[in-house]
Design a protein around this ligand. Structure first.
Ligand code: GTP
Ligand code: SPV
Ligand code: MN
Length: 647
């Protein structure tokens, strides 16, 4: 552990409060002052005028004692790690190399969709107008005035006694013309350490700003709870007043009260998807909740595929898949977000704006995702997983991977055994790990121009009715399939139970603007190319009447990708059905499949099911999208309905 005493304060102080006293005694001579705060790291002169103004404005609002301009260095990270240990936010995991475990406040464990707002002058810019008497579910709107009030009420003085970290970060490789820069101001060292993994963060970004001086403003505070007891808390937060705000007009994000995931790592859902989708609309490209993978077939031909599945529905697993089919190779470009743009030749090019994986831990095992397992045991920040007495981690799915005699402590810090009634790891517990450590990271994953996308997959958790795979008839039909996506609720947000929710394009929690306009934008993409990617729908989660998965999934999903690749080559291995094209008998390679699969049940199409499905989509569009539903989709849906009725 390096020592951080070059200013005579970094070591030996156990709380921020104690350090604050030390700072106050020393800062007069030692530190540059910026609007009453001591600049304890970095140089104000390194900030462009616009960044400096943004920082100053928020010092005036939040009153931090100190400002730390992040350089992204190893030294800085070491200091933050030490600080978080002293504060009790993280503990070391000596079984691995440079790995840490954070346990959050149990009230702060997932994204809070109900407290997430998009702020525009007109409500209709943000969300379609729902049918009278119906509650809109396609995002939450707030007026600019309300937003200002919400900010003032929560942020005034909220960083007193704390350090404001200035985090310059790039979404996408710094040199890529497709990338965008953000500045996150936060009072959470956990957020800084996580942003260092999830984005390109630090000095190089400040340098880049000297050229462009364009950035997305991201203000974050974990907040001050009503009782004011911030110094004692190892995971300070303010769940009661948590709020996540976006103002697309100003490229601005403001997040208060939560330190967790998409609520606080503002480059991810807030920037790369919500603000990103509004920028993409203006600039004519797509910001999507999609993994990107490269797949090479036994002939050595390589294609790239992007896939949108809702949160906790298998993106990370597919992106890192170990194919069960001999001769196939999958390589990973990204596991959560894709920024895609048609180039001048009409090729859809995608970059992964992220630099790390913030992956679901439970279910990840040597059996299900060996690639993830060989990525995450160095330089990784785990959150809300269980720990073991030999200094390691544990979660549901790792039962075969702990040594006998080892005891387990659950995510709340309680002794845990197999007979415990509650899970060892929180269902939304995560690993935050550098993408570059992934053994199958694609050689082109940082290509400034992006990788060429040949196919787009939509999918979700559909226990009944929806076949393993089907292909869209054309782009418009594909847009309908994306718009009609539904999936079982998961633990990644605050939803409870196993209800089937509409989650169009896996973007329902992440639209930065009116979903009807978003659909129009997707439809308009067809003018940009004469060689559009093909669109498919997949469902790894269909169940038998006994409630067992009908398809083994994971590495066996390669068999589905194999069929998709054949379709990209226009091979005659598909047949028409009312819902789209499905594999012909024998079209899916089942040779050497690990278990016997009932293909009849897996691909069965029931007229009744699909009539109900069409009815549900129709109802959803009418109630939620109304006038904003593009004509093209009205026609597509009525086409589907006619075909299903004729089944
Ligand atoms: P976010 O990070 O929340 O966006 O989630 P994600 O889409 O990346 O989901 P992830 O790959 O982490 O998978 C979530 C859960 O789905 C894990 O528990 C996996 O074990 C499970 N899962 C993934 N792929 C499959 C599959 O092919 N079959 C089955 N049965 N389960 C799967
Ligand atoms: C998701 O929920 O889709 C995630 C996790 O990837 S979070 O970053 O918390 O949004
Ligand atoms: Mn996600």
């Amino acid at each position: 552990m390096p020592e951080f005493d070059e200013h005579g304060f970094y070591s030996s102080y156990s709380t921020e409060a104690a350090r604050a006293v030390k700072y106050r005694n020393h800062n007069a001579g030692l530190f540059q002052q910026l609007r009453g705060a001591a600049v304890v790291n970095g140089q104000v002169s390194d900030l462009t005028p616009k960044v400096r103004a943004y920082v100053e404005e928020n010092i005036d609002l939040c009153h931090p004692d100190r400002v730390h301009i992040c350089d992204g260095s190893e030294r800085e990270n070491g200091y933050l790690i030490q600080l978080m240990q002293q504060q009790g936010t993280i503990m070391p995991l000596p079984k691995y190399q440079n790995c840490w475990l954070a346990r959050t406040n149990p009230a702060d464990t997932a994204r809070v969709e109900s407290k997430t707002f998009i702020c525009t002058e007109e409500r209709s810019e943000t969300i379609p107008t729902p049918k009278e008497g119906i509650k809109g579910t396609l995002g939450n709107w707030m007026s600019p005035k309300k937003m200002d009030e919400a900010i003032k009420e929560r942020f005034t003085g909220c960083m007193r006694g704390r350090t404001m970290y200035v985090v310059p970060f790039s979404m996408g490789p710094i040199v890529s013309p497709l990338s965008k820069i953000g500045i996150e101001l936060t009072d959470s060292p956990y957020v800084v350490a996580s942003m260092r993994i999830m984005t390109r963060m630090g000095e190089a970004v400040l340098n880049k700003l000297q050229e462009t001086d364009e950035f997305v403003k991201c203000l974050h505070s974990v907040g001050v709870p009503a009782n004011g007891f911030i110094e004692m808390a190892s995971w300070p937060c303010d769940p009661e007043r948590t709020i996540i705000l976006h103002k697309p007009k100003n490229n601005e994000i403001v997040s208060y009260g939560s330190g967790y995931g998409g609520n606080s790592l503002l480059g991810k859902k807030c920037f790369a998807l919500r603000i990103g989708s509004t920028i993409a609309k203006r600039e004519g490209w797509l910001a999507e909740h999609m993994l990107i993978l490269g797949i090479t077939n036994p002939k050595g031909e390589k294609r790239y595929i992007a896939a949108a599945f809702p949160s906790a529905c298998g993106k990370t697993n597919l992106a890192m898949m170990t194919p069960s089919l001999p001769g196939y190779k999958v390589e990973c470009v990204g596991d959560d977000i894709a920024w895609m743009r048609f180039d001048k030749n009409g090729v859809l090019r995608a970059i992964n704006p992220e630099n790390g994986f913030f992956g679901v831990a439970p279910g990840t095992s040597t059996k299900s995702n060996p690639i993830a397992m060989s990525t995450i045991f160095k330089n990784t920040l785990f959150t809300n997983v269980a720990s073991t007495s030999d200094g390691g981690v544990f979660w549901e799915g790792m039962e075969d991977e702990i040594q006998p005699g080892v005891t387990v402590t659950d995510w709340r810090g309680q002794r845990w055994t197999k007979d415990s009634k509650s899970p060892a790891a929180h269902p939304n517990s995560r690993f935050c790990t550098p993408a570059s450590q992934c053994p199958i990271i694609d050689p082109q994953w940082e290509a400034p121009e992006g990788v060429p996308i040949s196919a787009i997959l939509f999918g979700g958790r559909r226990p009944t009715g929806v076949p393993l795979v089907y292909e869209a008839r054309d782009w418009k039909h594909g847009v309908l399939i994306g718009a009609a996506m539904r999936s079982e609720a998961t633990a990644a947000a605050e939803h409870k139970g196993k209800i089937i929710m509409h989650d169009p394009f896996a973007m329902r929690p992440f639209f930065g603007y009116n979903f009807g306009h978003y659909l129009q934008h997707w439809l308009s993409m067809s003018n940009k190319s004469s060689n559009l990617p093909k669109i498919f729908h997949v469902n790894w989660f269909r169940k038998s009447s006994e409630g067992k998965f009908l398809w083994p999934g994971f590495g066996e999903n390669a068999r589905v990708l194999d069929w998709i690749l054949k379709r990209l080559d226009n091979e005659d291995c598909a047949e028409e059905t009312p819902i789209g094209l499905v594999p012909k008998r024998g079209g899916i390679n089942l040779e050497g499949l690990s278990e016997k699969v009932d293909m009849q049940q897996l691909f069965g199409l029931s007229k009744n099911f699909w009539l109900e499905e069409v009815f549900a989509i129709e109802k959803y569009f009418k109630e939620q999208v109304g006038q904003d539903l593009p004509e093209d989709l009205v026609r597509e849906l009525s086409g589907l309905k006619k075909r299903v009725e004729a089944m």
